[in-house]
Design a protein around this ligand. Structure first.
Ligand SMILES: [Zn+2]
Length: 336
């Protein structure tokens, strides 16, 4: 796409969003919501009080999230993941299922009280990173370090320099460190974290903890004790299950299940693939391990739609108004 085309499409997108917001303000779109039928699983991640895209472009503010819930209560029917799979839907409403990935402590702090306030169920997909001894996911760590840390770092005899979008890129090949690490096992990721810890004082800033701190084991237990929350697995180290070895993926899926089940004393039968990434072998292995609900983003293979365990999900977009989000949720697409 040329720059002119990009600008045109951005302007068109903004005009469409504005038009909808005006119609919404004038109560002209109520029919669209009340006439909508169907169902959608949504992916949320972290919730924070302000500056939601400061470190992680998929966070939402608490205020926006509450606006979403108000929409759901007004126009839609919110179902649990089990009800979604069993298709226990409201016949005369659009049905929504809420999921939260990555196991942020802010889910316990901000989301749980709102689920209770609005009587809405949600599923939380959590890794085993706490058991592994970390309080932050490697990808969040790298994202935050690249904001606060040095302009260049050396890792494995290679120089990485901050490039576009504030990401470390190899000085020689231009390959991003985040992509190199995504394709490697956790040992390499832990190595980089060890290397960068002393260079980044961000952890001492209490106010920033909402952006990265992982749920403690106690908080996971408290979530699980709520009638509104279901716990699912999200891999052990948040590795990309399609990129690491198959035995490594199997271990990730097994160990995260065991960790969570021992902790909450309930069966954990749902798994959300980190990054929505999987292979057919990973899917088979997940079923053998005992997962009966496998959550993707977009399906990656032709046979996925026929697999009774698999469902697609739509990631919530933090850059648009709640009204435009509800449109996209119903249509299952964002404006190009
Ligand atoms: Zn994730």
């Amino acid at each position: 796409m040329t720059l002119t085309q990009k600008i045109r499409s951005k302007l068109r997108r903004e005009a469409v969003h504005l038009y909808r917001d005006i119609r919404h303000g004038l109560n002209m779109d109520t029919g669209f919501y009340t006439n909508a039928r169907g169902s959608r699983i949504l992916i949320y991640h972290g919730i924070c009080l302000k500056d939601n895209t400061r470190f992680n472009p998929i966070f939402l503010t608490l205020k926006t999230f509450e606006q979403h819930l108000i929409y759901y209560k007004k126009y839609f029917n919110v179902v649990s993941l089990d009800d979604y799979y069993a298709q226990r839907f409201h016949p005369d409403k659009f049905n929504i299922c809420l999921t939260f990935d990555d196991g942020f402590a802010n889910n316990h702090k901000y989301v749980l009280p709102l689920l209770e306030k609005y009587n809405v169920p949600a599923t939380f997909f959590i890794t085993g990173i706490r058991q592994a001894g970390y309080d932050i996911l490697w990808n969040d760590f790298l994202g935050i370090v690249s904001k606060y840390g040095p302009k260049e770092i050396a890792y494995k005899n290679e120089k990485f320099v901050l490039g576009a979008y504030n990401k470390y890129e190899s000085h020689t090949s231009g390959v991003r460190l985040v992509d190199t690490l995504r394709a490697s096992g956790f040992v390499e990721k832990a190595d980089v974290m060890k290397l960068l810890y002393p260079l980044t004082p961000f952890k001492s800033n209490q106010h920033d903890r909402d952006y990265w701190l992982q749920l403690t084991e106690n908080q996971i237990k408290e979530l699980s004790a709520s009638p509104y929350a279901t716990i699912g697995a999200h891999g052990y180290y948040h590795n990309d299950l399609a990129k690491i070895s198959l035995p490594g993926s199997i271990r990730e899926m097994q160990e995260s299940k065991t960790f969570l089940e021992n902790l909450i004393q309930k069966p954990v039968t749902s798994l959300a693939f980190p990054y929505g990434s999987y292979t057919l072998e990973v899917v088979d292995a997940a079923l053998q391990i005992g997962y009966t609900q496998l959550l993707a983003m977009d399906f990656l293979f032709a046979q996925d739609a026929a697999n009774p365990a698999m469902r697609e999900r739509l990631t919530v977009n933090p850059f648009i108004s709640p009204n435009n989000q509800m449109y996209a949720t119903i249509n299952r697409r964002y404006e190009e």
